[in-house]
Design a protein around this ligand. Structure first.
Ligand code: FAD
Length: 623
């Protein structure tokens, strides 16, 4: 038996049988990669996750981070695995070899990261934030800045952070108050307070490089006036080593529901008027620079959701096979009958299949986003790159919000599967749930993701990306309908598509007139509907591949269409059982989720505006 974190067979299925990851290797950037390399890398990631990261997961939660006399310490259990993660070269695997990376496609790295996230997400926050910050310097920094900061960050010897949030500027980043004043030598004095800064301070790295959003004195209010600065914890000396302290102090660390091993800090910049930063890129382009990196960062958060969802599901499945409780339903009246493993109870099986369908559908969806990001960089011609970029832009808020919301549902259902034991810290599922919730909130709350989808991504370039996406889904429905075993389900996908595309068109019409409030009001339910459509699409695509492979496997075994013979074979043949599982998940999802989409679209179509029209005080009497 393997580890209870990720279904490695399904990973291979999505990468090789569904996406065709090898197509990426025709691009010059990736031409050294082979399918065998991908298998080997994922195998290494699994080993690292299971042997190094997972053992530190619970200790990291129990030890938490500490803040004493202004000094933040990460959980002691994290130090050694973090060091090994960097030493093994995982810290910047997608970057080019000349900066210490392996030039790995994001799609492949994401499959590896699913293991890491499932094993110990709080620890993965440290390298995750560092990558994000280093990537900004890589893309927008001067050569000097790249040498001074980035190389140490990619090596993992220095950490990095993203400093956007302030007490009065959360979702509304444009309201920030942190200020920058130019010094004679061209550097900048930074003053302000940032809150909730992940990995803002800790003792696993020799220096921490903060990417700070601030407004240059005199610049306009709102997001247009924001610039971004590189602010190290220790100023870097001429020898490239950390030198004097840079007037960045930690005010406190947050005590949180989950990800307790990740230090979430209040950072004070320039309390003594001596915090020096360097401008990154041009003045007033801070938001543009940040937005440029959002696709990968938001996908990372979606991958966090997938990691937790996958681990929670795999644990629930293993537990359901072992836990013996209650007699089978057909033996209920027979006191002499033995109790059975709970996996035999209908309700438990239904819940497990629900979880499986979402985990596998979200895996396929998130990997496809990484695939689109890869192609947006390496596709042969500019129009192709632009097409992939538009797909990535559209999918990003959906993957971030949908993966994280469903992950919380899946973790909750995993706890249900364990019964009372699931609520207790003896088993990891309660920690998965606590750790998963934050993904709905940071990197832009899921409510904000939905607004981004509806207000920016759908209408972008006359709705070209969403129209193209719907066309592809329609083509899949038509193709899958040719498989007799999936005809009904393809029809359900087609109906769901019609309803969702109708609603999407309607959003465009409303946006032009007095109905504008409706797409804004129902942005989040819309995102959920689109997420379900996409997951159903991916699952049915997979099921069609599975059906074709099953025909071959049954044919080769000589069982033809005999149902009993097929079932007997599935009991002993892992491949057949796997493909049957793909078909079962897709059919279950089609009937139980996709089938309901037209009704959900219709509800929004009724344009009920009561949530915005009613008085605040009617929500509940004011105190
Ligand atoms: C553990 C943790 C780690 C974090 N790490 C970082 C980090 O590394 N760097 C960083 O900069 N920040 C970080 N954050 C901050 C995080 O990104 C913010 O908490 C988040 O953006 C929301 O801001 P807020 O908390 O001020 O909520 P608010 O903006 O006050 O939002 C409260 C609620 O109102 C809703 N809302 C707000 N505006 C609108 C609107 N226009 N329309 C509809 N609904 C709206 C939101 O969706 C939310 O439900 C972290 C937070 C936590 C808890």
């Amino acid at each position: 038996m393997g580890s209870m974190l990720v279904n490695r067979r399904d990973q291979q299925f999505v990468l090789f049988e569904q996406l065709g990851v090898e197509k990426l290797f025709t691009a010059e950037k990736f031409h050294d990669y082979t399918a065998e390399d991908v298998r080997m890398l994922i195998g290494e990631a699994e080993k690292f996750a299971v042997n190094e990261l997972e053992p530190a997961y619970k200790p990291g939660d129990e030890q938490g981070c500490t803040f004493t006399d202004g000094i933040v310490k990460a959980p002691p259990a994290f130090h050694e695995p973090y060091r090994k993660l960097c030493a093994a070269g995982w810290n910047c695997a997608t970057k080019d070899p000349d900066v210490g990376g392996q030039g790995m496609p994001l799609t492949v790295f994401n499959a590896c990261a699913e293991w890491f996230n499932a094993a110990n997400f709080p620890l993965m926050m440290y390298p995750g934030l560092t990558w994000g910050a280093a990537n900004l310097i890589d893309k927008y920094g001067s050569e000097e800045q790249r040498q001074r900061y980035m190389m140490n960050m990619y090596a993992g010897t220095w950490g990095g952070t993203m400093c956007l949030t302030e007490p009065g500027a959360g979702s509304d980043v444009g309201a920030l108050k942190t200020r920058a004043v130019r010094r004679d030598d061209g550097t900048w004095l930074i003053t302000g307070t940032k809150i909730f800064i992940s990995c803002g301070d800790h003792d696993m790295c020799g220096n921490i490089v903060h990417m700070v959003l601030a407004r240059i004195e005199g610049d306009p209010p709102g997001t247009d006036g924001i610039s971004i600065f590189i602010v190290p914890k220790y100023r870097v000396g001429a020898d490239g080593q950390p030198g004097e302290v840079n007037d960045v102090s930690t005010g406190n660390i947050e005590h949180k529901m989950g990800i307790k091993g990740s230090a979430t800090c209040v950072l004070n910049f320039g309390e003594n008027d001596a915090c020096i930063g360097e401008l990154l890129g041009e003045a007033r382009s801070g938001m543009r620079i940040m937005f440029n990196m959002m696709n990968e960062a938001r996908l990372e958060v979606g991958m966090q959701g997938l990691g937790h969802a996958s681990a929670a599901f795999e644990h629930a499945l293993a537990y359901a096979r072992e836990r013996v409780q209650s007699r089978a339903v057909w033996d209920f009246a027979n006191p002499a009958a033995s109790p059975v493993p709970i996996i035999e109870h209908a309700d438990v099986r239904r819940v497990l299949l629900w979880m499986k369908a979402y985990v596998e559908g979200i895996r396929s969806l998130n990997y496809s986003l990484a695939y689109a990001i890869d192609f947006s960089e390496v596709a042969g011609d500019a129009a192709e790159r632009e097409r992939w970029h538009a797909i990535a832009e559209l999918l990003t808020p959906v993957c971030k919000a949908f993966s994280s919301d469903r992950a919380v549902d899946i973790c909750s259902l995993a706890i249900d599967t364990y019964g009372g034991y699931g609520y207790c810290s003896e088993y990891p599922v309660e920690q998965y749930m606590r750790d998963a919730k934050i993904a709905c909130l940071y990197e832009g709350t899921n409510g904000i993701q939905a607004l981004d989808l509806v207000a920016r991504k759908l209408p972008s370039k006359g709705g070209r990306a969403v129209t193209a996406l719907f066309k592809e889904i329609g083509a899949t429905a038509a193709k899958v309908a040719k498989e007799p075993a999936l005809k009904r389900d393809a029809g359900i996908l087609g109906n769901a598509l019609q309803a969702v595309s109708g609603l999407t068109r309607q959003f465009g019409v409303w946006a032009e007139g007095a109905g504008l409030v409706v797409p804004i009001l129902y942005a989040r339910p819309y995102l959920d509907i689109l997420g379900d459509l996409l997951v159903g699409w991916h699952l049915l695509q997979g099921a069609a591949i599975a059906v074709r492979n099953l025909e071959k496997l049954y044919g080769a075994a000589g069982v033809g269409s005999d149902a009993a013979g097929r079932r007997a074979l599935a009991r002993t043949d892992n491949e057949i059982a796997f493909y049957e599982g793909k078909v079962a998940a897709a059919k279950f999802f089609a009937v139980n989720i996709l089938h309901g989409l037209p009704a959900r679209c219709e509800s929004i179509g009724m344009m009920e505006k009561v949530p915005v029209e009613m008085l605040d005080r009617s929500l509940g009497m004011e105190g």
